[in-house]
Design a protein around this ligand. Structure first.
Ligand SMILES: Nc1ncnc2c1ncn2[C@@H]1O[C@H](COP(=O)(O)OP(=O)(O)OP(=O)(O)O)[C@@H](O)[C@H]1O
Length: 240
């Protein structure tokens, strides 16, 4: 197993004729949960798309599980959950998952495992368009868990979920990491930051910090991650 599941060096991305990532570099240790945090529009989704190999006009190095991002051998080794549910509304949860399992070449008995993992057992036979928003996003997450991918990239997976479900999902993320998976989880909810092994704080297409939550809080002298983020922004502005 590679020590760093993801390695980014000097990543620059241009979208719509404008540079939106300005030379981002970091590594994701295999078997860890990293939070990607920052305000709306700072470039989280763009960075995620570069890692999963979907983003055009990327320069710099993006290495994923030892291969260049987007390489054919990474297919099936990465699970990606976008902000939009990626399951079919006119199929039930289990029909969706059986379909994705066959596309991915994953054994169909994995379907029950992933339904259980996201706690949708009681809704397995319900059509997706009759589910709540949170249930629908958990169905998308279940699809990404099929085949036990080594890297899971989750774009705001806890939006719209109640506190109990959010806690359960974070427990699931850590169980997956304990089993060796690497997770990158974006969020703009700062209170989720403390649940991560490591944090990448972004602003305006740049990384402001790459550290453990504890080290970040200590460096800034606060116990509030939102305050730490704001202080880092002020320090950055003062250093310009
Ligand atoms: N399809 C696109 N074409 C051109 N520019 C885009 C496109 N999508 C996003 N951008 C720009 O790229 C920048 C980064 O957007 P991105 O979606 O990566 O931010 P984000 O941090 O994920 O935001 P959010 O938390 O709101 O999802 C923004 O300035 C945005 O306007």
């Amino acid at each position: 197993m590679v020590k760093n599941a993801v390695r980014c060096r000097d990543v620059v991305v241009v979208r719509g004729g404008r540079e939106v990532l300005h030379g981002v570099g970091f590594e994701l240790r295999a078997g860890s949960v990293t939070g990607l945090l920052g305000p709306s529009g700072c470039g989280k989704t763009t960075l995620i798309r570069a890692i999963v190999g979907l983003q055009a006009k990327v320069t710099g190095e993006v290495a994923v599980l030892g291969s260049p991002a987007g390489a054919a051998e990474l297919r099936g080794r990465i699970g990606y959950v976008t902000q939009e549910p990626s399951v079919y509304g006119d199929l039930s949860v289990s029909e969706n998952l059986r379909f994705f399992a066959s596309v991915l070449g994953v054994r169909s008995d994995d379907v029950a495992r992933v339904i259980d993992a996201v706690d949708l057992g009681t809704h397995a036979d319900v059509r997706v368009d009759r589910l709540s928003g949170g249930q629908r996003s958990r169905a998308s997450l279940a699809a990404a868990l099929l085949g036990e991918p080594e890297l899971l990239v989750l774009d705001e997976p806890t939006v719209g979920l109640d506190p109990v479900l959010r806690r359960d999902l974070w427990e699931l993320f850590h169980r997956l990491a304990d089993g060796g998976a690497t997770l990158l989880v974006s969020s703009h909810v700062m209170d989720e930051a403390v649940r991560c092994d490591r944090l990448l704080l972004m602003r305006d297409g740049e990384l402001l910090a790459d550290d453990t939550p504890q080290a970040l809080l200590e460096a800034v002298g606060t116990d509030d991650i939102e305050q730490a983020f704001l202080t880092l922004i002020d320090r950055k502005a003062a250093s310009r």
